[in-house]
Design a protein around this ligand. Structure first.
Ligand code: FAD
Length: 418
């Protein structure tokens, strides 16, 4: 396990040499600063140390070390959060990308599974599963440069979610290290079922996912023509491109390459993702798309329908009521003035959208939610959901050291069971 220390108090560096946490390779490293920001590029939270664990036991040691020393700790996947959720200002960051390989093929009563270290990217899972085995998970994200542990801590959605459900319902077992430094295997069938459901969509609050078992099916062939046959649509608007399954799943790579060349990949990204219930989507269109956002968003906008029955209400993730809801994703890229509104102006517009949803009484939930205080989180989860969230936090991370960047709890503001 390698640890990069810079600001860590001497007291902690000295303790770090004990049996529980061997930080032998500590060094000053400019990388600390890069672990203090994320894809959003709007929040800076420089950690005291970055730890690169290569096993789940090393994750457990780091968590025990953090807890013993009153430090907060965040698992960081690929740092694709927007609002600092994977940061730990003055605390410890676990660089989960180091925990990335190898992926294993395991059998099970319900067919083959990929046994994946949580720091692996979905693009690495794709490469391994489809190219090497002709198999594929059922549910993907649209963009694959995200870690398995990171998307399972949120939801993991794509254009196929209405059909296969989000990634959180397409996993059969997890290895998790809880806030007390205990490594546990959990699944719906074990005594640890509650931990399994807690960490799925759990925003990193209940444990660090170190390994996931993902059911696999034979990789599908391209069957677009067959799928289009029964659909009614305006023929003139048909757009067809013949690509392989791998190319289809990697379709966002072109946009990423372009954005890297024109510099917008490294610019701030004031993104907003909302789930809006079907019963309010017409009003949302009139009030939000046609009024607040009438000048556009400075980037792609996605609108996908989803089905509530494809989600699992035992999980921590919160979705609107009603059978059909829509993901509305505003994927904004701030360009330097005078080319468009600043990141601050875009953030203010996002806030106006959320305020409108609230004041109009729409049935909505933020996806990849970000709030500043517990009362807003309580509203987000709803009365029953929040009470369950508090209970789970008290059970699995009572010292409230995990994922401080979500701004739900902190070691100074631990959960109180209701
Ligand atoms: P991070 O941002 O590093 O972490 C996210 C949160 O999870 C943090 O709180 C962190 O502490 C916690 N965490 C990370 N790893 C673990 C772990 N192993 N155990 C416990 N907690 C952990 N989302 C979609 O659903 N579908 C998409 O198609 C999609 N496309 C995106 C495209 C881009 C370019 C970007 C920037 C984001 C996209 N997202 C998408 C959002 C993405 O799901 C989130 O950013 C998510 O946070 C995963 O990213 P990550 O792996 O970098 O996790």
């Amino acid at each position: 396990m390698i640890a990069y220390f810079e600001n860590l108090p001497r007291r902690l560096s000295a303790t770090a040499g004990d049996d529980d946490f061997n930080a032998a390779d500590e060094t000053n490293n400019g990388d600390l600063k890069s672990f203090g920001s994320d894809f959003g590029g709007m929040i800076t939270s420089v950690p005291a140390a970055v730890i690169q664990p290569s096993t789940a036991d090393e994750v457990a040691s780091a968590i025990r070390f953090a807890r013993a020393n009153g430090l907060a700790l965040a698992a960081r996947g690929n740092g694709h959060s927007i609002h600092g959720q994977a940061g730990a200002a003055g605390g410890l960051v676990l660089d989960m990308r180091v925990l990335a390989g190898p992926i294993g093929l395991t059998g099970g009563p319900r067919g083959p599974c990929a046994e994946v270290p949580a720091g692996a990217l979905w693009s690495e899972v794709l490469e391994w599963a489809v190219t090497e085995h002709g198999l594929a998970p059922r549910s993907w994200t649209d963009y694959l440069g995200l870690t398995v542990g990171g998307t399972l801590s949120n939801g993991g959605v794509s254009g196929q979610t209405f059909c296969h459900g989000p990634q959180v319902v397409n996993v059969s077992q997890l290895e998790v290290v809880t806030g007390d430094g205990e490594r546990r295997l959990c699944s719906p069938e074990t005594g640890e079922a509650d931990l399994f459901f807690a960490v799925l969509g759990g925003l990193g609050q209940f444990g660090v996912i170190t390994r996931a078992w993902i059911p696999l099916l034979p990789a599908p062939d391209a069957r677009a023509a067959e799928m289009l046959k029964p659909l009614g649509y305006v023929k003139g608007l048909e757009f067809c491109a013949k690509v392989s399954y791998v190319d289809f799943l990697s379709r966002v790579n072109h946009s990423e390459a372009e954005a890297r060349v024109n510099g917008t990949w490294d610019a701030p990204h004031p993104w907003l993702n909302i789930f809006v219930s079907a019963c309010d989507i017409v009003d949302f269109d009139r009030e939000v798309f046609r009024m607040i956002l009438r000048r556009g968003v400075g980037g792609p906008m996605l609108v996908y329908p989803m089905l509530r029955r494809k989600w699992d209400q035992r999980m921590s993730v919160s979705v609107p009521d009603g059978e059909i809801f829509y993901l509305v994703a505003l994927l904004r890229f701030a360009r330097p003035p005078p080319d468009g509104p600043s990141a601050e102006e875009m953030m203010a517009e996002n806030q106006a959208v959320v305020d409108r949803c609230r004041s109009a009484g729409y049935n909505y939930k933020l996806y990849l939610p970000h709030y500043r205080d517990q009362s807003q989180w309580a509203v987000h989860f709803g009365e029953k959901g929040w009470s369950r969230f508090l209970d789970r936090k008290a059970r699995y991370d009572p010292a409230a050291i995990l994922s401080p960047g979500q701004l739900i709890f902190s070691p100074e503001a631990p959960p109180h069971r209701r």
